[in-house]
Design a protein around this ligand. Structure first.
Ligand SMILES: Nc1ncnc2c1ncn2[C@@H]1O[C@H](COP(=O)(O)OP(=O)(O)OP(=O)(O)O)[C@@H](O)[C@H]1O
Ligand SMILES: [Mg+2]
Length: 241
């Protein structure tokens, strides 16, 4: 579903991604871990087509997204659920309107059906009676859940999550990761999670890759990752401490 080949991206003279290859299949959760500033968010923004690569290609369902005009790119994005690093909810809108936004933009659903979808999405993220609140009235964990509800409301075939547990305590981090993993499984989506929350990522991903110096230096299942000889990976994962 997602195929990335030889992806490179610099900003001015700063080389951030230096040749990334990655494939993510339907019903697979791939996590990319890496320290702050390593280029994780840049990688997801490239997949969304928010940024253009300097070199390399990104295929979504076989389509090279960088060959598309804006209208066709928007069509592709309808099938991608994107959880932003900072939730990116509209603070001036109610939860209801935040969730209705992608449906009003992208579908012809009636207000009756929109309401039903919103109720369903909120129950999938285990929230109730929050439709009339604004994001400011919600806790960090609840905002994450609303962000997740918005990301999945179009039933996306691709699910991208940027730092889903940032700023949450360990218990909330665990429940958010479990929720994301359950939703990704029920959508059977090709999912990419980028995070520096190593323990949760190891627990919920099929494949884990470490982004280091612009490259994915170690990539594999949890069991394979634990056996790596790569010094940087062993240090980042704290395998020897
Ligand atoms: N639009 C931009 N213009 C210039 N530089 C950018 C831009 N976006 C990102 N960068 C730079 O690219 C590098 C990688 O940034 P990115 O946000 O992808 O890191 P990250 O791995 O997501 O970090 P964090 O874990 O803190 O979220 C940083 O040095 C950042 O300053
Ligand atoms: Mg980031």
């Amino acid at each position: 579903m997602i195929r990335v080949i030889g992806l490179k991206k610099s900003f001015n003279s700063h080389l951030v991604l230096n040749g990334i290859d990655l494939e993510v299949e339907k019903n697979q959760i791939v996590s990319i871990i890496g320290e702050s500033g390593s280029g994780k968010s840049v990688f997801l923004k490239l997949i969304m087509g928010f940024l253009q690569p300097d070199e390399g290609k990104i295929f979504i369902n076989g389509t090279d997204i960088n060959s598309l005009d804006e209208r066709k790119l928007l069509q592709i994005r309808k099938n991608i659920g994107y959880l932003f690093q900072e939730s990116a909810l509209f603070d001036f809108m109610t939860v209801y309107d935040n969730l209705a936004f992608p449906l009003r933009e992208n579908t012809d659903l009636s207000e009756f059906d929109i309401k039903k979808r919103i109720k369903d999405s909120l129950s999938r993220v285990e929230l109730h009676d929050v439709e009339n609140k604004t994001p400011e009235e919600l806790s960090g964990g609840m905002k994450k859940r609303i962000g997740i509800a918005r990301a999945i409301i179009m039933e996306p075939k691709i699910f991208l999550c940027d730092e889903p547990t940032a700023g949450l305590d360990p218990n909330k981090s665990l429940s958010i990761m479990r929720l994301i993993s359950d939703l990704a499984r029920s959508l059977k989506s090709a999912s990419i999670i980028v995070s520096h929350d190593v323990s949760n990522v190891l627990r919920f991903s099929d494949i884990i890759a470490l982004l280091y110096n612009g490259k994915l230096i170690t990539k594999g299942t949890k069991e394979e990752i634990f056996k790596t000889n790569q010094k940087e990976a062993r240090e980042f994962l704290m395998l020897d401490s």
